[in-house]
Design a protein around this ligand. Structure first.
Ligand code: ADP
Ligand code: MG
Length: 223
């Protein structure tokens, strides 16, 4: 699904050049469940943003199904994100004034679906994460684990091919973490490719493949 070759990403920070990625070559197969580990500042979020077409590399190629994200137009990247790639963050990133239903529905905005189809898909996604009875609740009325499940529903409602998650359990206690982990495993078993940045060894243990990103370079960790 992904093939990265010679990927670097440098940032300019107060006149200084920061090499967030210093030459990454890696492939990620369709259907895989990959955990990305490594120290803070190692380049994990930068790597995930490149996979998610949220950013472009400074040099090198990021192929998604053979097409180079580095060379795609802004509109093409937008279409890719709208249809193929789901993103989940540590802080859930839900809109506090909207209900769970409305938060999930937002992801369908760019797809131009008919209203009925749109509503059916939102309810199906909420049911998929076990929150069909919480559709009218706002984030403040839900537990952390439930909020993250809404965020996952928002990511999967567009039926993406890959789900990218940056520390999805970082703000959750152990029981809520297990709830999210079980959900991620179920989605992967259903065929969704998962790439999960995590500091949590319980999450990394369940992945099929573990990568370590340190000082902007990547290596495979033995299982
Ligand atoms: P991680 O997620 O592993 O903690 P990041 O990918 O966030 O690492 O960051 C890698 C390096 O790049 C760090 O040194 C960080 O300070 C730097 N960096 C990340 N994003 C930016 C940015 N937008 N501007 C400048 N420097 C950045
Ligand atoms: Mg990070």
């Amino acid at each position: 699904m992904f093939r990265l070759s010679g990927v670097t990403r440098t940032y300019r920070q107060k006149g200084r050049i920061v090499r967030a990625l210093a030459g990454v070559d890696v492939e990620i197969a369709t259907g895989d469940f990959v955990a990305i580990q490594g120290p803070t500042g190692g380049g994990k979020s930068t790597f995930l943003q490149l996979l998610g077409a949220l950013d472009r590399p400074s040099t090198g190629a990021v192929l998604f199904d053979g097409a180079d994200i580095a060379k795609a137009s802004g509109a093409e990247l937008g279409r890719l994100r709208a249809k193929q790639i789901g993103f989940v963050f540590q802080g859930f990133n839900l809109i506090p004034t909207l209900t769970a239903h409305e938060n999930v529905d937002m992801a369908l905005e760019p797809l131009g679906l008919a209203k009925g189809e749109r509503s059916a898909r939102v309810l199906e996604a909420l049911a998929h994460v076990g929150l069909e009875d919480r559709a009218d609740h706002r984030p403040g009325e839900l537990s952390g684990g439930q909020q993250q499940r809404v965020a996952i529903a928002r990511a999967i409602v567009k039926r993406p091919r890959v789900l990218l998650a940056d520390e999805p359990t970082g703000n959750l206690d152990e029981s809520m973490r297990d709830e999210i982990l079980a959900l991620l495993e179920r989605l992967n078993a259903e065929g969704l490719t998962l790439v999960v940045v995590t500091h949590d060894s319980a999450v990394a243990k369940r992945a099929r493949r573990r990568l370590r990103l340190d000082k902007g370079t990547v290596r495979d960790l033995a299982r």
